[in-house]
Design a protein around this ligand. Structure first.
Ligand SMILES: [Zn+2]
Length: 433
């Protein structure tokens, strides 16, 4: 089955920044065949007897689907439940006691809620670190999303063996759902994993030939405790343990020294910037402009809905750019174009999926969002990326395609029964809250 999106404004986010004020996107099955002006469409299109489905993209902007590079999707259940608290107190007094009550099966519906929210906001791929991840894998399969999943690991303690069993079960889901499910290994952080255990996690990642997804240097307390205990920063600590010999995506990276950033750049550690979570938990300002200056890949993450209250990459793009300018006192810091790169191609790199997604070009997967640019907040017409970052809302996303399949059409979800998801999430809330 081939699909042709016509009369659409296209921002490709490819390495040459190709832009078409009015063009077409042709995809066949799950793969993009052509992006460009209609006149240059492959000649065989009309000769082919196979039917071509057409989508009219008039008034829309086509952009690669956003990548939410750090989230805990099942934490949608805690949305609005614990606010106005610093990270440590928030975790220990509100979140962890409730997490104890989560059961297998519950997290399927909590992840479906997250998938519905992300698709509605143009997010087509996400990277998740949590528990009961085979539930989330099933939600990824059913919702049609693309994801890199990881069982969050801490320890060692008496639960470690059980968690490793869950890693093994998750590994069975790898490459399933038409290849949309991937896996990483996720030691939670340096303050919840011993040095020996971090090495165990490294071995696990080697065994599964994948990368590491970790929280790193999120708060001043984390860094100070690490320096007190090991005599070095979390970044230097992880480097010394050999973790950076593997691909690493590190969430937060708020409190970094120049030496930390040099180590990250030299070892191709990707940072995942989560500005709304960092602001709300008062963790601080990540030095995003300095990381980008050093050539570090910086992606965007919403973090869980418990800490940032929604999973919108639109919001993270806007905050990332505004905070970088306000914090540095430099109005040229973190442009709208950089923010959109962080939300798309840099996100794909953080997920180790840059060969598949992150830009609209032939050979890549058809993960596409069509954004309705007809609202008054997009007038008059100017640079579409500037409009998206400073004027855009998640609700402007009209149609979302993942792996060549339409998962939202004119704001109607095609793979998720939202009413059923709400009912099931209410059931879980009654059981645990
Ligand atoms: Zn997190």
């Amino acid at each position: 089955m081939r699909t042709l999106i016509k009369n659409v404004e296209i921002v490709t986010m490819d390495s040459d920044n190709h832009y078409y004020p009015s063009g077409v996107i042709l995809f066949s099955g799950d793969t993009i065949e052509y992006v460009g002006i209609e006149q240059n469409l492959p000649a065989n299109l009309n000769e082919n007897t196979e039917k071509v489905k057409e989508i009219d993209g008039r008034g829309m902007l086509a952009l690669p689907g956003f990548v939410n590079a750090h989230t805990h999707s099942a934490m949608t259940i805690f949305r609005g439940y614990a606010d106005n608290l610093p990270l440590w107190e928030w975790l220990t007094t509100r979140i962890w006691p409730l997490e104890e009550k989560l059961q297998p099966g519950y997290t399927y519906w909590l992840s479906m809620l997250a998938a519905a929210e992300m698709i509605s906001a143009g997010v087509t791929a996400f990277s998740d670190m949590y528990m009961f991840m085979t539930d989330t894998a099933k939600a990824v399969e059913d919702s049609g999303m693309r994801a890199v999943l990881a069982r969050g690991l801490m320890g060692p303690d008496d639960q470690s063996e059980q968690r490793h069993k869950e890693v093994e079960e998750l590994a069975e889901w790898r490459y399933r759902a038409e290849g949309r499910i991937h896996m990483m290994i996720s030691p939670h952080a340096v303050y919840t994993c011993s040095p020996e255990y971090l090495k165990t996690c490294r071995k696990l990642a080697e065994k599964y030939q994948t990368g590491i997804h970790i929280h790193m240097s999120e708060t001043a307390k984390e860094v100070a405790d690490c320096v007190r205990e090991y005599g070095k920063t979390p970044v230097r600590h992880l480097y010394d343990l050999g973790i950076f010999e593997l691909p690493v995506a590190a969430a937060h990276c708020v409190h970094l020294t120049d030496d930390d950033m040099d180590l990250m750049a030299e070892n191709h550690v990707k940072a995942i910037h989560c500005p709304s979570s960092n602001m709300k938990l008062a963790s601080g300002f990540a030095p995003v402009d300095k990381m980008i200056e050093r050539g570090i890949t910086v992606a965007l993450g919403s973090d869980g809905a418990a800490s940032s209250n929604n999973l919108s990459i639109f919001k993270e793009m806007s905050l990332a750019s505004l905070i970088a300018k306000g914090y540095t006192g430099n109005a040229t810091a973190l442009s709208a174009e950089t923010a959109v790169k962080m939300a798309t191609i840099m996100g794909a790199k953080a997920l180790m999926l840059q060969d598949e997604i992150g830009s609209l070009e032939p050979g890549k997967k058809a993960d596409i969002q069509l954004i309705d640019m007809s609202g008054p907040h997009y007038y008059p017409k100017e640079d579409p990326l500037v409009h998206l970052v400073y004027s855009g809302y998640s609700g402007d996303v009209d149609t979302v395609i993942i792996n060549g399949k339409i998962v939202m059409e004119h704001r109607k979800l095609t793979t998720i029964d939202l009413e059923q998801v709400y009912r099931e999430v209410d059931n879980v809330a009654r059981k645990i809250k």
